[in-house]
Design a protein around this ligand. Structure first.
Ligand SMILES: Nc1ncnc2c1ncn2[C@@H]1O[C@H](COP(=O)(O)OP(=O)(O)OP(=O)(O)O)[C@@H](O)[C@H]1O
Ligand SMILES: [Mg+2]
Length: 340
């Protein structure tokens, strides 16, 4: 058994209660052959979790099947294989991905993208535990462990008629739900530490940069955090990375939070606003009032996901005033949208 908080062999890092729970579930599920459905937002580590499930008790091969890229007429033969001459251009026989996973694990990534007609065929293979390659007269016995991942709400997809209910129930035997990074921010320092360790141990983050990273809500989750650190390192401005090295969206978020803190303190505190705002401003340097106003508007729009009526209400101004200011600060385009 691995010590708590230690990464699994392929680096499933985290020691928050929710991650520890998932690591326990993975350890228990790994030797079993029942299907597992992994759900989670983009970048939360669904593939890492699937590989951990396989690596903790490896049998046969781990075959990733990217359902989102299975397009066009070839997808059926990609999945199920074909014999020579099965269709025009089939000069050679080809084994399908499911057959390659025989005796091991087939990882159906983005299963929600699988077209309905292939969902039917996949269900049949899973139920009958055999498949017939295109053009073949013979059936092949199939014994695969199925892991499926999705960032969609499959129940909703079923309700909308985009995903077959029978396949959903077949896959949904055990479900692992990966939490978004913003709900387990306590893992961020460890993720950063492990990332820098892997990068050779030369880099570290200033206190202020770490704080901004902790504040940000990471819509792209761990993938976005890894990309952020990668980008910061690539500037090679020195082993200690500062606030100034942060990607714009992370820095802007931190600035807009302190700006909004200032603006709302000023609105509430009236004459006392200077004393409330001073420490905040001292931390980031003096910012022109117009800039603070621009950031406050931007932040409100981010918060309301672009709803101008609610944003205006939150800012304590009328909608017409907000429209005028949007024009004035050239915030009418995609700049105010969340970047996810
Ligand atoms: N627990 C973790 N510890 C360390 N690194 C992780 C962890 N989870 C994810 N990562 C890293 O984050 C990135 C995204 O992980 P992964 O590809 O598994 O996410 P995903 O949920 O499949 O994303 P997508 O929905 O975009 O396909 C990878 O670089 C991966 O190495
Ligand atoms: Mg993935």
């Amino acid at each position: 058994m691995k010590a708590e908080g230690e990464p699994l062999p392929n680096g499933f890092v985290g020691r928050s209660p929710r991650i520890l729970q998932i690591r326990n579930q993975i350890a228990k599920l790994a030797p079993r052959r029942s299907p597992v459905l992994i759900q989670g937002e983009s970048g939360t580590g669904k593939e890492v979790a699937a590989r951990s499930l396989y690596n903790a008790a490896p049998r046969g091969h781990f075959v990733p099947i990217d359902c989102g890229s299975l397009v066009g007429t070839m997808m059926e033969s990609e999945l199920f294989g074909h014999v020579r001459g099965a269709f025009t251009g089939a000069h050679e026989a080809k084994r399908g991905l499911i057959e390659l996973a025989n005796g091991g694990t087939a990882f159906f990534d983005e299963i929600g993208e699988l077209p309905l007609e292939l969902q039917v065929k996949l269900l049949r293979v899973l139920q009958e535990q055999e498949l017939r390659p295109l053009g073949s007269l013979h059936r092949i016995k199939i014994e695969v462990r199925v892991i499926a991942a999705t960032n969609r709400d499959l129940k909703r997809e079923v309700a909308a008629g985009r995903f077959r209910e029978d396949l959903f129930h077949r896959l949904n035997v055990v479900r692992l739900t990966l939490p978004p990074l913003r709900e387990r921010k306590e893992d961020i320092p460890l993720l950063i530490e492990r990332f820098f360790e892997r990068a050779g141990g030369r880099f570290s983050l200033s206190h202020e940069a770490t704080q901004s990273i902790m504040d940000y809500d990471w819509p792209g989750n761990i993938r976005e955090l890894m990309n952020c650190l990668e980008r910061m390192m690539s500037f090679d401005s020195g082993p200690l990375l500062h606030f100034a090295d942060l990607p714009t969206e992370v820095a802007n978020y931190a600035r807009s939070r302190s700006a909004v803190g200032f603006v709302s303190s000023a609105a509430v505190g009236g004459g006392r606003s200077v004393s409330v705002a001073a420490p905040v401003l001292a931390q980031h340097g003096i910012v022109p009032l117009q800039e603070l106003e621009r950031r406050a508007i931007q932040h409100a729009l981010q918060h309301t996901r672009g709803d101008r009526t609610i944003a205006a209400h939150m800012l304590g101004i009328g909608r017409t005033t907000l429209y005028r200011k949007l024009k004035e600060y050239q915030l009418e385009s995609g700049e105010m949208q969340l970047h996810n």
